[in-house]
Design a protein around this ligand. Structure first.
Ligand SMILES: Nc1nc2c(c(=O)[nH]1)N[C@H]1C(S)=C(S)[C@@H](COP(=O)(O)O)O[C@H]1N2
Ligand SMILES: [Mo]
Length: 497
């Protein structure tokens, strides 16, 4: 058989397998799509160092890069299967079967798999092998059969396209947007208005509140879980006196409060971008746990998202007076955006997101740190991770060129739950000088700083460090983000001329 034909057969068969699996998954459970399950399993198995590299290099496009990379690998396998099968259909059949088994294994490895969801990768396997065998049997050894072969191949490819699109449509049939649009959140207690001088946005800092679409995003979800508020249930169980199953309406009946809170990701390098601030609307998590009756000895709240991600939060951080820990339903006046954990997520000021901020939250179990390790704890990250005192330079930008003379540097600092007492900067290793702090909003949020410098022409290095209200000054000892947050002073190299 001509190589072009065998390659075509390999590629179309791969497409058929993926599309058939995606279609059945759309019917039974979107997460059972073999392509997505392989991607999700790859994320879970990715060594922490590589995951950090991906987040650093591709930022929030890391998932698109992964899906694209998988597409390329599958296409190459399709080509190889085709080329190996020019004389006999068996090499391609075996390869298609192996890929199918990989899909089944990946779906079985998902924490949310049900008996029904295995149907999707099974159908995928059968469809892939069947398409390969059938197209191979049509491939002509002689010229006259060519037309029929090409028409059949085109027809099969078209059916695969329709099936994939159908699977996509079916997966989206749960109308989460409508559920979200139907919700009005009316907090009994609104957050104090942000003073106009709480940021130095005109001098290079972020705006004090982060618009929802600009809020940083970090999660392991390859496709965003779609859960309607009407269908939402959360079980509170484990070491409690009163086990509860809560609905969204149950939460709406509790007093809604609005709090301005900064959220920080532990994956930030010194100076990193994964920090944002929002007016979160929600109910008090401490009150809820008090209603459940936390039994003595329960020191960890283990929470699970609908897609099986887990998180472990110190109960003491939630129950401490003034903890402001929330089951959040909204952000900046709207119901949570879907990628932010709609309908319900957790927010606990003072703890990095991976130990506190479960999105698409559906289960809360009171347990102990001795008894349970959550998702990232199992992968070498700290079990407890309070946010470290940190400061960041936003202006000058790296390698910025500016006129010599008066120069305004600006940035942010945070010492969550304690408050920032001061920020200092120094130029070229000279004396530390005090920066001016913006008006404080509360101790759970970031705080902006600015400082006026007088600079001679030349290359400069600017460094900054923050001191919190206990008098602790940020250490210059360098630590990597893993296991429980980076330390070190942020510095910026720039030029005046
Ligand atoms: N379900 C789920 N929740 C999650 C995560 C996740 O991977 N899955 N990641 C956590 C991490 S590491 C962080 S830093 C915050 C980020 O929240 P954001 O994406 O809304 O900024 O969500 C947390 N909640
Ligand atoms: Mo994070």
């Amino acid at each position: 058989m001509k190589p072009t034909r065998s390659i075509l057969i390999g590629l179309v068969s791969v497409a058929v397998a993926l599309a058939a699996g995606h279609l059945v998954a759309g019917l039974v459970s979107p997460a059972a799509s073999p392509f997505l399950a392989v991607g999700n399993t790859a994320i879970d198995l990715t060594p922490t160092a590589l995951k950090n590299f991906a987040v650093r290099t591709f930022g929030e496009n890391d998932k698109l890069v992964l899906l694209g990379g998988m597409g390329v690998v599958l296409a190459v396998l399709g080509v190889v299967a085709g080329l190996l099968s020019r004389r006999s259909p068996w090499p391609g059949t075996v390869l298609a079967g192996l890929l199918g088994l990989l899909g089944i294994a990946a779906v079985l490895a998902r924490p949310t798999t049900t008996a029904l969801s295995v149907l999707a990768p099974l159908v995928s396997l059968v469809a892939g092998v069947a398409a390969f065998r059938w197209l191979w049997s049509l491939a002509p050894a002689v010229v006259p059969g060519r037309r029929k072969f090409l028409l059949s191949t085109a027809a099969v490819a078209a059916v695969a396209g329709v099936a994939a699109a159908g699977g996509q449509l079916l997966a989206g049939r749960v109308d989460v947007e409508a559920s979200r649009r139907g919700i009005r959140l009316r907090p009994r207690e609104t957050a104090p208005e942000i003073p106009f001088d709480a940021d130095f946005a005109r001098e290079g800092t972020p705006s004090f509140l982060t618009p929802n679409e600009k809020f940083y995003r970090v999660d392991t979800a390859l496709t965003v879980p779609r859960l309607r508020a009407e269908d939402w249930r959360m079980r509170v169980h484990g070491m409690v006196d009163n086990e509860m199953v809560l609905t969204y309406d149950d939460l709406l009946r509790r007093p809604l409060v609005e709090k301005t809170i900064t959220l920080v990701c532990v994956s930030n390098e010194v100076g990193g971008p994964y920090i944002s601030t929002s007016n979160f609307i929600g109910v008090s998590l401490a009150d809820l746990l008090r209603d459940a009756g936390v039994r003595p000895g329960a020191d960890q709240l283990a929470t699970t998202s609908v897609d099986g991600w887990t998180c472990g939060t110190p109960v003491a951080s939630i129950m401490a007076p003034g903890s402001n820990a929330l089951l959040a339903l909204g952000m900046n006046g709207e119901p949570l955006p879907i990628e932010r954990g709609f309908p319900v997520r957790m927010v606990v000021p003072g703890l990095y997101g991976y130990v506190s901020a479960t999105k698409w939250l559906v289960d809360a179990e009171l347990t102990t740190f001795a008894a349970f390790d959550a998702y990232w704890a199992r992968r070498g990250w700290g079990k407890k991770a309070p946010v470290k005192v940190m400061s960041r330079i936003d202006r000058p930008k790296s390698f910025e060129r500016a006129p010599a003379g008066k120069f305004v540097a600006a940035g942010v600092a945070w010492a969550q739950h304690t408050g920032v007492d001061g920020v200092e900067v120094r130029v070229d290793g000279g004396p530390w000088q005090k920066a001016t702090l913006a008006t404080e909003v509360n101790v759970d949020t970031w705080r902006m700083w600015r400082v006026e410098l007088d600079l001679a022409p030349g290359n400069h290095t600017l460094e900054c460090r923050a001191t919190d209200r206990t008098g602790y000054t940020q250490t210059n000892e360098r630590a990597a983000p893993i296991p429980d947050g980076a330390t070190g002073w942020h510095s910026m190299v720039f030029t005046t001329e």
